[in-house]
Write a protein that binds this ligand. Structure first.
Ligand code: NAD
Length: 484
């Protein structure tokens, strides 16, 4: 079989390894089931090499000796090259992850924005001066934390690498990237762009491979100083235990079951479009997908009817053809999602959207139909568990208090959407919702890198994006002087 992409190697400093001690794997196009690239699978030996390269770059390399504005220029250049190469990266990402083309363009543009944003912050990482009275001078310095490990999921691989690596490099760290086995292709593009922009060797290292092998080994490694993990709650718990074995800090960006709260006084045309986009983007495989619709009883039936019409009109297809919805990541994941469809029929009523097209070109892909679940209570599994598929569970409420109670009655707390034309009601809800982000009459601004993102409860801890993200990659050192 001819593979459309070159082999995805392991990169440890300036060494590029086309084979790993865990063999050679493959990555597949979920729209066709075809293999698109071979992948060098890192094992413990390559993990050791990656740590050595990152340590050397951090402890003795030129990065920390450069002036901050010089670092900023290289970071800005990384963002520029991403934009120059966006068509090529989009093509690869559509094939590897299955997402529609417009979504892949968003992913690359957002990645470039992270580098633009943090490049501008590189020479503004100031400490503070603390008054202790006459005879004393005290100040703080923000130092890089060291070698930072980035464990990445498959849904937005390029963007999630950029989201963590840009602030880590800005703070002065060296990084090791462990991409998902499902989507390693654009991770290598990311590394090549960093090299081309002039980033010193060893600052960005790439170790594709199995999470339970190379991911676990790295998470336990004493040469790693910090971990940014993005993925599921159960894997996050394993990574936390590994990090605890050598007492290093972690940022945990985990799953969600985010509510979108629709009041009867909302601008329905605008709100329903936002709600559908909030749940069906990338086939529902989005951590902050708004998968629970809490709707005021008086507008429940009309909202469901209109959403069902919208879901039924959605086109399915390969990401590169830019359909409304691409496939799920794999046929194994499709089985998991379909099991929830069966469950939904028992816990409530399952209303499916567009029929899978009979088109033979889609027969081998991991396609599912978008789904609405009505009549299931907030206590059911379809209302509580992260399905990571295009399933919207609709639950009605009568009062503001009930809406807040339902929204907060979840193991997760990532984001929430509020749809109402009453700003007092919206602001009251923003105070009472236990989530990391509240959207009012919106569910994204697109390319939103400027403000913080992260979870309450099982959605994790630590904050990505915005200036807040830098703190994860810094240590605060206090210097105190007594003088005569
Ligand atoms: P996952 O937890 O299965 O895998 C995530 C990463 O962890 C992969 O690279 C995997 O190889 C690695 N891994 C697996 N076992 C490991 C171990 N023992 N030690 C170290 N690493 C290990 O998640 P996934 O299926 O790739 O992604 C979907 C999940 O990611 C969903 O739960 C979604 O909500 C979450 N997610 C969260 C955010 C966020 O910002 N909060 C963003 C995107 C995705």
């Amino acid at each position: 079989m001819t593979l459309s992409e070159p082999l995805i190697p392991i990169v440890c400093g300036n060494e590029v390894l086309t084979e790993g001690s865990d063999g050679v794997g493959r990555t597949f196009d979920p729209a066709t089931g075809q293999a698109i690239a071979n992948v060098a699978m890192a094992g413990e030996m390559e993990a050791e090499k990656a740590v050595r390269a990152a340590r050397e770059a951090f402890d003795n390399g030129p990065w920390r000796k450069m002036r901050p504005f010089e670092r900023g220029r290289i970071l800005a250049r990384i963002g520029e090259i991403m934009l120059e190469r966006r068509d090529e990266i989009v093509r690869k990402e559509c094939a590897d992850s299955g997402k529609p083309k417009r979504d892949a363009y968003w992913e690359v543009d957002c990645s470039a924005r992270f580098f633009e944003f943090y490049a501008g912050a590189a020479d503004k990482l100031q400490g503070s001066s603390i008054p202790l009275g006459p005879g004393w001078t005290d100040w703080t310095v923000k130092e890089p934390i060291g070698v930072s490990l980035h464990i990445i999921p498959w849904n937005y691989p390029f963007q999630l690498i950029a989201r963590g690596v840009a602030p880590a490099l800005t703070a002065g760290c060296a990084v090791i990237i462990k991409p998902s086995q499902e989507t390693p292709v654009t991770a290598y593009e990311f590394v090549k762009i960093c090299q081309e922009a002039g980033l010193p060797d060893g600052l960005v290292n790439l170790v594709p491979g199995r999470g339970s092998v190379v991911g676990d080994h790295l998470a336990r490694h004493r040469g790693v100083d910090q971990i940014t993990f993005t993925g599921s709650v159960s894997t996050g718990q394993r990574v936390l235990a590994a990090a605890a074995s050598h007492t290093i800090p972690c940022s945990m960006e985990l799953g969600g079951k985010s509510p979108q709260i629709l009041f009867e006084d909302a601008d329905m045309d605008g709100a329903l479009k936002i709600i559908a986009g909030g749940v069906f983007t990338h086939c529902g495989q989005v951590c902050n997908a708004g998968t629970r619709l809490l709707v005021q009883r008086s507008v429940h039936n009309s909202a469901v009817e209109r959403l069902h019409v919208m879901a039924s009109a959605m086109t399915l297809g390969a990401g590169i053809d830019d359909p409304d919805m691409g496939p799920l990541i794999s046929s194994a994941h499709r089985k998991d999602v379909e099991a929830y469809y069966d469950l939904a029929g028992k816990e409530g009523e399952l209303l499916l959207g567009a029929e899978t097209p009979k088109d033979a070109t889609l027969a081998d892909g991991a396609f599912v139909r978008p789904a609405l679940v009505v009549g299931a209570s907030n206590a059911t599994r379809v209302a509580r568990e992260e399905i990571f598929g295009p399933v919207l569970t609709v639950i009605s409420f009568d009062t503001v208090d009930e809406a807040v109670e339902l929204a907060n009655d979840s193991p997760f707390g990532l984001v929430a959407g509020v749809h109402t034309t009453n700003i007092n009601k919206a602001l009251t809800l923003s105070e009472r919702l236990r989530v990391g982000q509240v959207w009012i009459n919106a569910f994204s601004v697109g390319l939103d890198v400027e403000f913080p993102f992260g979870g309450f409860k099982q959605s994790g801890f630590g904050r990505e994006k915005g200036l807040e993200a830098l703190a994860a990659y810094q240590q605060v050192k206090n210097v105190c002087v007594r003088h005569a």
